[in-house]
Write a protein that binds this ligand. Structure first.
Ligand SMILES: *Cc1c(COP(=O)(O)O)cnc(C)c1O
Length: 370
C-alpha cells in the first residue's frame, strides 16, 4: 500500500454492516433484529408531514441551519422532562447535535485526545464504535473487563488501568443500559464515575434511555466533566436520518460546536427530529409494548436449559448458548430467518414486533432444543 497512508490504518479492518455471506441456505424472509432499531417505521401521517416540510419549507439549494437553533431548543425541552423532579433544566446551549451519536463520539475524541498523547477507557463487552473511532484517529484504547455474571465494571481493575495507562486516560465511555449486555449503571459504578478526577471526561451513552427511563442528565448539568449522549436512532424510529445529541455544560458544548463540521446535519434530518419531538408521546407509546415483549421473551429464553439470558433494561436481550458454539447458533438462527448480532462472546437479539418476536422464540426454541 502507498507510503502516504498511515500504516496503522492499513492493518485496520473496516467496520462492516454485518452482512452474512457464508449462510448455507438463504431464508425466504429475514427479521432484522441485529441493530436495535425500532421495528416500527414513522407513522404515515408523520411521514406526510415531513414530506410537506420538504415541499414547502426546505429549500434544497440552501445549506441547512448550521446552528441547529430550533432543534437544540426542542431537545433541551424534551431532555428536561426526565429531570422534572429536580430544579434543573436543560438549556439549548447545553445541547449539541451530531450526524448520529457516532459523530459526537468522534468529535469528543478530537476534542480530548487527537494531537497529543491520551487514551480512552472502555469496559468490554460494550458498544464497539468507541474503539473503532479511536483507532481510526490514532487514539489509544485502554480496555477493562466486566464481571462475568453481572457485567458490572470491575472498578478496581479500571482504577489500576487508569493509574498504569501508557498515555493519560482523558475520557471514560460508559453505556447505560450497556450494549450488548442490557445492564444499567449501578450505584457503585456511578459512585466510581463521580469520584474520577475532573481531568477525565465521563461520557454516558444513553442511546437506550427511553427504554430504561434512567438518566444521568442531571450529572451532566452539574458536573464539569460529565457528558451524556443520546440518539434518535432507537426509540424515536429515525435511524435513517442520523440524528444524535450530547448534553453537557455550556463550556464543553461550545468546544464540541467548534469541532463539528459546519453543516453536519441535513435540513431534512433536522425537520424529521423536530417532527418526532413534537409527536414524542405518540412515538414513545410503543415503548411499553417493547418492554412487555422484552420481558416475555426474556422469561421464555430463561426457561431454556441450553441458553443463558440476562435481564435487560433496553430493547434487546443478551444470551449465551451453554452447549453449542455461538457461531453455530447464530448461523442456524439466520438460516431460519432471524438475523441477530453476534458480539462480545454472546448473542444480542433486538426486540421486534410481537409477530417477529413469536418467530424469534420459535427459532430459538428449535435451534436450542435439548
Ligand atoms: C445504537 C447506538 C447508538 C446510536 O448511534 P447513532 O450514530 O446515533 O445511530 C449509540 N450508542 C449506542 C451504545 C448504541 O447502541
Amino acid at each position: 500500500m502507498s507510503a502516504f497512508i498511515r500504516p496503522d490504518l492499513q492493518a485496520f479492518a473496516a467496520y462492516s454492516a454485518h452482512a452474512i455471506t457464508d449462510a448455507q441456505t438463504q431464508p425466504a424472509r429475514v427479521d432484522h433484529l441485529d441493530t436495535n432499531e425500532s421495528s416500527y417505521d414513522l407513522p404515515a401521517p408523520l411521514k406526510a408531514k415531513l414530506a410537506g416540510e420538504y415541499q414547502q419549507a426546505i429549500r434544497a439549494n440552501r445549506y441547512p441551519d448550521g446552528g441547529h437553533e430550533e432543534l437544540r431548543a426542542a431537545i433541551a425541552e424534551y431532555a428536561s422532562q426526565a429531570i422534572a423532579a429536580t430544579n434543573l433544566r436543560v438549556t439549548a446551549n447545553q445541547v449539541t447535535v451530531g450526524n448520529g451519536s457516532d459523530e459526537l463520539i468522534r468529535s469528543l475524541l478530537i476534542a480530548t485526545c487527537v494531537g497529543r498523547s491520551g487514551s480512552i477507557l472502555v469496559a468490554e463487552p460494550t458498544f464497539s464504535m468507541y474503539k473503532v473511532l479511536a483507532q481510526t484517529l490514532g487514539v489509544d484504547v485502554v480496555s477493562v473487563r466486566r464481571d462475568a455474571a453481572t457485567f458490572e465494571v470491575d472498578v478496581a481493575a479500571a482504577e489500576t488501568a487508569i493509574a498504569n495507562a501508557a498515555t493519560p486516560v482523558r475520557m471514560v465511555f460508559m453505556v447505560s443500559p450497556n450494549s450488548p449486555t442490557g445492564n444499567s449503571l449501578t450505584r457503585a459504578e456511578l459512585d466510581w464515575l463521580r469520584n474520577l478526577p475532573t481531568d477525565i471526561l465521563v461520557v454516558v451513552d444513553e442511546a437506550y434511555f427511553e427504554f430504561s427511563q434512567v438518566s444521568t442528565v442531571a450529572e451532566a448539568l452539574t458536573r464539569p466533566n460529565w457528558l451524556v449522549t443520546r440518539t434518535f436512532s432507537k426509540a424515536f424510529r429515525l435511524a435513517a436520518h442520523r440524528v444524535g445529541y450530547a448534553i453537557a455544560s455550556s463550556e464543553i458544548i461550545a468546544i464540541l460546536e467548534k469541532v463539528r463540521l459546519p453543516y453536519n446535519l441535513p435540513s431534512f434530518s433536522q425537520a424529521a427530529a423536530l417532527i418526532a419531538l413534537r409527536h414524542a408521546p405518540d412515538l414513545l407509546a410503543a415503548i411499553k409494548e417493547v418492554q412487555t415483549e422484552r420481558d416475555r421473551l426474556c422469561q421464555a429464553f430463561q426457561a431454556l436449559p441450553n441458553l443463558q439470558t440476562w435481564p435487560s433494561a433496553a430493547n434487546f436481550l443478551y444470551s449465551r448458548p451453554r452447549v453449542q458454539s455461538l457461531d453455530s447458533v447464530f448461523h442456524q438462527l439466520y438460516e431460519q430467518g432471524t438475523q441477530i448480532r453476534q458480539t462480545g462472546g454472546g448473542l444480542r437479539i433486538t426486540i421486534g414486533t410481537p409477530t417477529e418476536n413469536d418467530r424469534t422464540l420459535a427459532h430459538v426454541r428449535q435451534v436450542l432444543k435439548p
